[in-house]
Structure formats: structure tokens, C-alpha cells
Design a protein around this ligand. Structure first.
Ligand code: ZN
Length: 415
């Protein structure tokens, strides 16, 4: 496999990307020992697109473990390859996982409350994009059940499953409907749900075909699947600090962008309802279709840009808009944003041929902008929305419904 490391920092020198706690160090040591003794074994993976032509972009993960991360040159999917086989993987999740990843020895009230609070965003997201605000919910990989508690408080009939005995027992003591089970065994009960939640879980699956067919069986025909995964193009999430190395961890089989997630899900019969680069996504049941586009160049050039600029937000915004413009036809893009940001951005863009013009948010309303685009046959709108003003984006989104206009919103918190 060809090696094309993002930078020298990604070579295998066993150095963790941040200071580990004593608990983490101990369990990283145990993990490495099991790998070396052969107690844990690894297997090579094929790409989801079926035409895996991989190159290695990292030789260690954030804990300094010697894990290889590859990108597919055909579709741009980023994966840990090789990865733990199923038996080793299950043992890892019941053993070292929680200690390495949560940096804590036992479930805690603090973490439970934190999770419960975070669940509010998920509940709102599902309601806003599907209109579903009641019914039954199943969370796969629910840990201590913090999310389940939040759903239950809002009146949903909420159930959770997880592989960690310790965490499931903790949540059960709080009266939550939790089971220590994998999805396949749980599905044998034959229950179907209105909402299935995979919150930072899908990226851990070693066998997507098996897991996603189980999930299909667990969903009602009218059901929706909520998926949150770390977004490769959204490095401000949690502790990633605009550093891709901090995102890499041996437990993550996949590192998705919005596009690589959606095309992978489509292969298994899930149609996207809504997805962003965060990545927060909603899917419904559809027909399986294998239509993979090439997201190699845009993903790798973005990652190199993050690395070279040290995660500088201005540089990343220019890069994001620049790659969008390079995909668009001559004169088919309108820019819309505040004068200050727009002027600064336009000066730095390498190629302006795709741009027809720009409007300032304090001079033109979303209605006027969309009307102008319709009258002039312009199809692409790029909103430079520094404050991430959801009213502008929401209004534009309503106005263009049913038309051939597409838009992209770029804002500072995106990076
Ligand atoms: Zn591929």
C-alpha cells in the first residue's frame, strides 16, 4: 500500500497526541500487550465502494497505538485498516474501551448528566428534520443511558442497548429500560421502533452489512435512523481542536465526511433525509444502490490544508469555498454574506470564474436573493454566514424548495 502521510506527525513513533492519564496509560499498555501476544488479532478490510485502492495517511492513532488509517482513492472513504477481528473487538469493548476512551474508571453521575443534556440537541434535530416528536426509540450503544433518560423525560418510549455490563447496570439502577446486548441478539425479540439512534456508534461497526441489515429490521417502515459520527470536515467537534490526528482512534473503523457517509448508507438501502458535515444525519428506508462518487481529492486536500494551516479558520473557509467553486460551472454561483467577510474571502479565492456576483446580507433579503437567482438562472448559492444565523439559512432553505437552486452555508464554527 502506498504511503502518503498527512504530515510527519502521523508516522508511527508511538507518541500519543496528548497527555494520557494514568488509567489511560495502563489500558493502552494492556491493549498493546494483547495485540503483541496475539490475544487480539487483526483483519484486512475491503473498501465499501468495492474498488479499494488505498493509501496510508496515518500510521498511529491519537493514543500512539500503531494503527494504520487509509483513504480510498476511488471514493474517498477513510478507514482503520487492518482492524480488530470481531472476537477481539467485542472483548476490547467489554474491557479496555471505556477506560482508554472516557479516561475514567467507572460510570459517573457527571458524565450521565452531560450525556442527558447533549441529547436535547439530538431530540430537536430529529423533530426539526422529520416532524417526529413521539413514539418508540431504540439507542444502540447507549453506554450509561444518559440519552435514553432524556428521550424518556420527553415522553418517548425509550430503550437502550450496550455491550458494556458496567454501564448498562449503572443506567438500569436509574430505572431505565436498558439491555446488555448486541443489536443482532436484541433484534430477535422482533420489536420495531419509530426512531433508531446511533450516536457516535456507526464509525465503530466492523461489519456494516450485518449491522445495517439488523437496523433495517429494527426500524418500522416509516421509521427514521439518526446517525451522528465525527465529521472529518468538522474538526472543531469535542476535543479535536482542528487537528485530524486527535480524531484518529483505533476503535473507529470509519472516518466519514457527510458525502462518504451518505453514499455508504445508500449502498445498504438508507436514503438521506438530511445530513451536515458535523456529522448529524437522518435516514429513512429506501432501495440499496451502489453509486459511489469520488470524494478522494476534496477530502485529502482539505486534510492537508488543515495540517498546513495549523487549523486556521480563515484559510479553511477559503479552501472550502474554493473547492465548491471549482466544482461549479462558469457564472453559476452567487455569494451572500456580510460585507466584511465576503470582501476578505473574495480577495483570497484563487479562481473567481464560477462567481456571477455577490450580495450583502444587510442590503438584500433572502427573498430578493432567491428571486434574483431564479430570474437569472443561477443555480448555486454560497452563504458566508459567520454568525451561523439559522434564520437566514432556514429562510433560504424554505425559499428554494422545489427549485433547482442548491446552497451551501459556510460559517466559522463549521471548522
Ligand atoms: Zn472506496
Amino acid at each position: 500500500m502506498e504511503i502518503n502521510l498527512i504530515s510527519e506527525r502521523y508516522k508511527n513513533d508511538r507518541v500519543p497526541a496528548f497527555e494520557l492519564s494514568d488509567v489511560q496509560k495502563e489500558y493502552v499498555r494492556r491493549f498493546a500487550e494483547k495485540c503483541e501476544s496475539g490475544e487480539y488479532s487483526f483483519r484486512k478490510r475491503e473498501c465499501e465502494c468495492g474498488k479499494g485502492d488505498f493509501e496510508v495517511i496515518a500510521q498511529k492513532d491519537r493514543y500512539g497505538l500503531p494503527v494504520e488509517t487509509v483513504i480510498c482513492r476511488n471514493c474517498g472513504l477513510i478507514m482503520t485498516n487492518p482492524c480488530l477481528d470481531d472476537k477481539s473487538n467485542n472483548s476490547f469493548y467489554d474491557g479496555e474501551y471505556h477506560y482508554i476512551y472516557r479516561a475514567e474508571e467507572a460510570p459517573s453521575e457527571e458524565r450521565f448528566e452531560e450525556r442527558k443534556k447533549e441529547a436535547g440537541t439530538i431530540i430537536d434535530f430529529i423533530q426539526n428534520h422529520t416532524g417526529i416528536d413521539s413514539g418508540s426509540v431504540l439507542e444502540i450503544g447507549c453506554a450509561d443511558g444518559g440519552n435514553i433518560a432524556a428521550f424518556a423525560e420527553k415522553g418517548y418510549k425509550a430503550t437502550g442497548i450496550d455491550l458494556s455490563h458496567t454501564y448498562v447496570e449503572y443506567g438500569k439502577e436509574k430505572g431505565l429500560d436498558l439491555y446488555c446486548s448486541d443489536a443482532t441478539s436484541f433484534a430477535q425479540k422482533g420489536q420495531q421502533f419509530d426512531i433508531v439512534v446511533l450516536n457516535h456508534v456507526l464509525e465503530h461497526f466492523t461489519d456494516l452489512e450485518k449491522e445495517l441489515s439488523t437496523i433495517t429490521a429494527l426500524m418500522k417502515d416509516t421509521g427514521v435512523l439518526f446517525v451522528a459520527v465525527p465529521g472529518v470536515k468538522y474538526l472543531t467537534f469535542g476535543a479535536y481542536e482542528r487537528d485530524f490526528l486527535l480524531m484518529l482512534q483505533n476503535a473507529h473503523i470509519f472516518n466519514f465526511t457527510k458525502d462518504t457517509l451518505c453514499q455508504t448508507m445508500k449502498k445498504y438501502g438508507f436514503d438521506s433525509i438530511f445530513a451536515n458535515e458535523a456529522v448529524y444525519a437522518l435516514f429513512k428506508k429506501g432501495n440499496p444502490e451502489s453509486s459511489f462518487s469520488d470524494h478522494y481529492t476534496d477530502t485529502i486536500s482539505y486534510l492537508k490544508c488543515v495540517e498546513e494551516s495549523g487549523g486556521d479558520v480563515d484559510t479553511l473557509m477559503v479552501h472550502r469555498v474554493g473547492s465548491k467553486l471549482s466544482e461549479c460551472k462558469k457564472g453559476d454561483v452567487l455569494l451572500y454574506g456580510t460585507a466584511r467577510e465576503l470582501d476578505a474571502l473574495v480577495q483570497q479565492l484563487p479562481d473567481l470564474t464560477a462567481i456571477r456576483g455577490f450580495f450583502y446580507t444587510d442590503r438584500k433579503t433572502p427573498e430578493e436573493v432567491v428571486e434574483y437567482m431564479k430570474c437569472n438562472g443561477i443555480h448555486e448559492l454560497v452563504i458566508i454566514d459567520v454568525k451561523n444565523d439559522k434564520r437566514i439559512v432556514g429562510r433560504i432553505s424554505d425559499l428554494i424548495e422545489g427549485s433547482s437552486i442548491r446552497f451551501m452555508s459556510v460559517y466559522r464554527e463549521l471548522f
